[in-house]
Design a protein around this ligand. Sequence first.
Ligand code: NDP
Ligand code: 8X3
Length: 260
Amino acid sequence: MSYKFTGQWVLITGASSGFGAAGAMAFGRAGARLLLGARREDRLSAAALEAKAAGAAEVGYHPLDVASTASVEAFASWVREFTPRVDVLVNNAGGALGLEPVVEGKDADWETMMQTNVLGVLRMTRAVLPLMLPHRAGTIINIGSIAGRTAYEGAAAYCAAKAGELQITRSLRLELCGTGLRVATIDPGMAETEFSLVRFKGDIERAKKVYEGVQALRSEDVAEAMVWVASRPPHVCIDEMIIKCTDQAAIHKVNRRAKA
Ligand code: NDP
Ligand code: 8X3
């Protein structure tokens, strides 16, 4: 990709692993200035170093818990120390917890999924919009999921949360019409990141099984999509992008190769 984000500030939540860390690398390669947030500072600092080595013009990172309004506000204050302007906001932080049917569901899991995937997007957007609106340009990219479009068993709360993210994206696009800002959702299917490890609470074997025999999406595939969406000419808005691996024709239809 030849587009350069020279001089532009790109803020990515959930930049300590998976799509967020890959996004930092991809925007970094394109010369952006990066503001990265997540809870695990050691992983965040490693992602920041890699993005700098890849070519980012500047990289700052700061602890961020999108489930806490106080943390989001502290993060936004830290951002203002760097810049009065954010050009690209990637609301990526999120994930799933558990795969139990509703009858066995846990309040703590449901609450975390709503806090991160739904309220986290609202909070971050509210905090960052004042750094975008005065400039009458900019891109907000929310990371949704095919789970926000198609339900599956054991994922009622996660599907509801990502459907919430989709409707937030659509509402925001209406609210921001005429401001010069554009709002996109990128909705991936199965991708091999730490997503399943988190969902299964550290059960490595169970997490690995999700991707067995499948050539799943890689973090880099989604990162490239972020960069592409944010680098369209200002009059072009990619409203909604669904991106799945070729082995996943639909949420329940996955081609798995037998072991050799
Ligand atoms: P990872 O688990 O690898 O990354 C999740 C990221 O979100 C981590 O950086 C984590 O950082 C961060 N995060 C989680 N909770 C919070 C929080 N409360 N505050 C701040 N950061 C948080 O998974 P993915 O990269 O796959 O997930 C990224 C996004 O993509 C999520 O929204 C997920 O739902 C979505 N998605 C994933 C798919 C997949 O199959 N992998 C498919 C479709 C969508 P830390 O723990 O350090 O805070
Ligand atoms: C993650 C994709 O299909 O595991 O959002 O829910 S899926």
